[in-house]
Design a protein around this ligand. Structure first.
Ligand code: ATP
Length: 256
């Protein structure tokens, strides 16, 4: 096991996590240093969302540990399919939810908060959309509004689960720009991504999962045809009804 180092933001020690008695991610060991920009990749059902949920604390480890450095504030954007945006709220209300840690859920917003929300809407290209009901937004506009909420949340660790799914190319480019900006500010950003060209182009580090870690390190070394094929083979051969597995050596990551 890797010792926890001072600059680690997230430390996994032989982490296994899943649902009921079914493990979805097995034996993950490694560290995500503060300030890393990490893409989590892998075939469908390979455990990417499960890992993100474990980092947020929504899912407890079945064995091993997932440790977040002390005093790390965390922001999480689930897949859009997990969000219910049918309730009657305006775009400004959705974005202002990012302030709840500062103000509490029912806290009164100050002029500076309204300014922060307006700045965030401008930064994501939604100037003038504040009073629109959220159920009137397109998928791309909604994703921009959710990124505005992340902006006002101002977290040290940002977790994004498939933020580019079903989003037009211009919006993807703009959202990538925001992610790179957060990276430049020294925040730690972990993103589940399906588009491997985006990973190669913009993400310095990648973790390839297929129910267990297949590779972890610089994206150019991880996202290779050989590794992707290994991941697909491993995923296809996976038996969900197999008995509890024994620990096996797996690549440990320590990304910079
Ligand atoms: N709530 C749940 N209850 C039981 N099993 C689940 C649950 N969510 C996911 N799983 C199972 O855990 C495994 C990993 O799922 P997960 O959603 O983490 O994969 P993923 O890599 O994010 O997939 P995708 O790319 O399709 O979003 C799958 O076999 C899935 O069916």
């Amino acid at each position: 096991m890797n010792p926890r180092t001072a600059d680690a933001c997230i430390t996994f020690e032989d982490l296994t996590v899943g649902y009921g008695s079914h493990a979805a991610v097995h034996h993950l060991t490694g560290q995500v240093p503060r300030g890393a920009l990490l893409a989590v990749v892998g075939p469908n059902g390979s455990g990417k969302s499960t890992l993100i949920k474990c980092i947020t604390g929504l899912l407890a480890p079945m064995s091993g540990t997932c440790h977040i450095a002390a005093r790390t504030s965390l922001a999480y954007l689930p897949q859009q399919s997990e969000l219910d945006c049918s309730f009657p709220a305006r775009v400004v209300d959705l974005v202002a939810l990012g302030l709840w840690r500062k103000r509490g859920l029912l806290g009164r917003h100050r002029a500076e908060d309204r300014g922060a929300v307006a700045d965030a809407l401008r930064a994501v290209g939604l100037d003038g959309f504040g009073r629109r009901p959220i159920d009137s937004l397109s998928g791309g506009q909604l994703q921009r509004a959710l990124f505005a909420r992340l902006l006002v949340q101002d977290a040290d660790l940002i977790l994004l689960d498939e933020p580019f799914n079903a989003i037009d190319e211009k919006t993807i480019r703009d959202l990538i720009g925001l992610i790179l900006h957060w990276h430049g500010e020294g925040r730690t950003v972990v993103v589940v991504v399906h588009d491997l060209d985006l990973v190669r182009a913009h993400f310095p580090q990648a973790l390839l999962l297929a129910r267990r870690p297949i590779a972890w390190g610089p994206s150019a070394e991880v996202v290779t045809p050989q590794n992707m094929q290994r991941a697909r083979q491993f995923q296809e051969a996976w038996d969900d009804d197999a008995p509890w597995c024994e620990p096996s050596p797996a690549p440990a990551g320590d990304v910079a």
